[in-house]
Design a protein around this ligand. Structure first.
Ligand code: B12
Ligand code: SF4
Length: 567
């Protein structure tokens, strides 16, 4: 297999545009604007992320390869001319028509090239019939592809250093992304009934990095190569394995490197590790699945979510609660109650998503047994439109789309722009951290890494690591400040404007006035907000929900890691 050369590709763009191969609604290549701050118009932060699996795979085989992320169709076609033996494509279910077009083109023009498929799209039951291919990875990819090319599957995994996000706009103003991303593992043991990220990996958590020490190494490399200090941690239930999180904290403490992290966790694990640990470990944003007020899942049973979120936010941890619409028990009234319940949990951000039976989940199997699965084309299966199953109380597809849209709208009208909530949480957290630090000093309390809490030891040592972290928290809080003026100007209603004014007052009091540079930044953001607002109106007049941004094509060549060749 010595002459092998692999092209790793994502599906082709543009994304979030309705055409022969893709949809608009729900299919933008963005997280916040598409699934979280939807309906918040000009206030919605805009970010896009690389297709991480491609880089991970390319870094971990002996075969030379190229990653082509976000190609346009023409870019994909001309890349094929570079003489590859294999084209490996990562895709998700709603992009199946795109991968079909790519695979059919390869078969027609390069019949000798092998097509490899991987990613969440491989759960499609009739994939063999739909997309021509030679091999398909349904699960963890590094081991799979190493086995495929005859490399050592057990060799340690090299984690790529990647810029994250790939773009960043707030009120229409671009800024240079300075973060990175870590994916310590895939899958989750909890096995919630609907969850494809758990069932795709057979209810297992498969580590890609051994532990916290290895995570810290990735952080340090990313800091050296990109100047990154904040990281998105893609691990479905990061806090479940607290040995790993503790190790990471130990490393940061020893090196006095207060990195910050945005991650996912179930409520039970947040309760278990405790808020003091989270603050110390630099968790600045948590994505928590609350799913339903009926507490249908073990992970939220017996937990006072409102109280938990209040505590997290008071310590500066921005909370994103995600919830599912169209459970079987929902009718018009209970759906509305559910939406209000989530909004009243008073988190900074809320994600609403329509219930979706992904093949391979118990939910899918139950609905299949009950003959309730509907034949909705795969391209529409993205969780933002028509349900793929027969719901007892909602039969009309337009209701599925409209209730979801209205849920986002209601959250926006009642809670105002999420960016203001985030600013308030970041600032309150910084102030609380200062108070807590002083109190601990006065009471002689120190951190016990084993017990994961502060305890009275009578020692009054300076906690240098925590002082550095508090400085990071202050800077983070100040980063939000310039957004407040445009949030005030473009606020949806009086309630939202009053909220902005109160947060502005809090800033003034906390920081003892505001610097001229921050005022200037606020004015610049307000001006760019005006332009963005105009562009949104223009796009709406053309029938879109807002501006649909596209990530630029990203191409990286990899020489292949020869040390992986089996001897
Ligand atoms: C990051 C992410 C995004 C990013 C996408 C960035 C990008 N450039 O593609 C954003 C935020 C833009 C996004 C958007 C959407 N997403 Co998304 N996203 C994720 C998320 C959180 C992480 C994926 C990831 O990178 N993980 C880290 C990598 C290392 O793991 P991995 O992708 O699983 O890859 C491993 C294996 O799967 C395998 N593998 C993967 N690809 C390949 C390819 C080959 C050749 C091989 C051999 C192996 C292989 O090897 C890897 C290592 O083991 C997952 C949920 C999750 N936690 O996994 C959802 C997820 C993938 N998204 C999903 C969905 C539905 C969407 C949206 C439709 C949501 C929506 N309604 O708005 C849109 C669609 C956007 C579009 N136009 O395509 C679903 C897919 C479900 C499905 N069965 O298809 C998921 C699983 C979330 C969920 N639970 O529903 N998403
Ligand atoms: S805890 Fe979250 S990631 Fe784990 S199975 Fe449940 S929904 Fe999925």
């Amino acid at each position: 297999m010595n002459n092998n050369r692999v092209l790793f590709s994502s599906v082709f763009g543009p994304y979030g545009i309705k055409d022969e191969w893709g949809e608009e609604l729900g299919m933008q290549m963005e997280l916040l604007n598409n699934q979280v701050t939807r309906q918040q118009g000009v206030h919605s932060p805009r970010q896009s992320y690389l297709s991480f699996a491609l880089y991970l795979l390319a870094e971990n085989i002996s075969v030379p390869s190229t990653v082509l992320d976000f190609p346009g169709w023409d870019e994909f076609v001309s890349e094929l001319d570079h003489g590859y033996t294999h084209v490996a494509i990562s895709f998700i279910v709603p992009n199946v028509l795109k991968v079909k077009r790519m695979a059919e083109y390869i078969r027609l023009h390069y019949p000798e090239v092998k097509i490899l498929l991987g990613g969440y799209g491989t759960i499609i039951p009739d994939l063999e019939r739909l997309v021509p291919h030679d091999a398909c990875c349904r699960g963890e990819g590094v081991k799979w592809i190493r086995n495929y090319f005859g490399d050592d599957p057990e060799a340690p995994i090299v984690h790529p250093v990647l810029k994250n996000p790939v773009y960043n706009y707030i009120y229409g103003m671009p800024s240079t992304p300075r973060g990175s991303v870590i994916f310590p593992g895939v899958g989750c043991e909890n096995g919630c009934r609907f969850c494809i990220t758990s069932h795709m990996f057979k209810k297992e958590h498969i580590p890609l990095l051994k532990g916290g020490r290895e995570m810290f190494d990735v952080c340090q490399r990313a800091q050296r190569e990109l100047g990154a200090r904040n990281f998105m941690v893609l691990d479905e239930n990061f806090l479940k394995h607290d040995k790993r999180a503790r190790e990471l904290l130990d490393e940061m403490t020893t090196a006095i490197r207060p990195y910050t992290f945005v991650t996912f966790s179930s409520a039970e694990n947040i309760r278990r590790v405790g808020t003091d640990f989270l603050v110390r470990a630099g968790i600045t944003r948590l994505w928590v699945g609350v799913e339903s007020k009926l507490n249908l899942h073990d992970k939220t049973k017996g937990i006072d979510l409102k109280e938990l979120f209040r505590e997290l936010r008071s310590k500066g941890i921005i909370v994103l609660a995600s919830t599912i619409l169209f459970h079987d028990h929902h009718d018009r009234d209970t759906l509305k109650e559910e939406i209000d319940w989530v909004i009243d949990l008073d988190t900074d951000l809320v994600q609403f998503m329509n219930y979706h039976p992904w093949p391979g989940t118990p939910l899918y199997e139950d609905l299949q047994r009950e003959h309730r699965l509907k034949k909705v084309p795969y391209r529409h299966q993205h969780g933002a439109a028509e349900l793929s199953f027969i719901h007892p109380n909602f039969q009309r597809p337009e209701d599925h789309e409209n209730h979801l849209r209205q849920a986002f709208r209601r959250n926006y009208e009642r809670k105002g722009p999420s960016i203001v909530n985030m600013a308030k949480t970041a600032l309150s957290g910084y102030l609380q951290a200062v108070t807590d630090y002083d109190q601990r000093q006065a009471q002689g309390m120190t951190w016990n890494a084993e017990l994961m809490r502060y305890e009275k030891t009578g020692r009054h040592d300076i906690d240098l690591y925590m002082l550095e972290r508090i400085e990071v928290m202050k800077n983070e809080a100040m980063r939000y400040f310039p957004s407040l003026l445009p949030a005030l100007v473009f606020g949806p209603n009086l309630r939202s404007r009053l909220k902005v004014l109160s947060v502005m007052r809090l800033y003034r009091k906390a920081m003892g006035g505001v610097k001229v540079t921050d005022i200037l930044k606020s004015l610049v953001l307000s001006a760019s907000g005006f332009v963005e607002f105009g562009r949104i109106l223009f796009n709406r007049a053309q029938g879109h929900e807002g501006i649909i941004r596209q990530p630029r094509v990203h191409r990286v060549e990899y020489p292949g890691n020869r040390s992986l060749v089996k001897t």
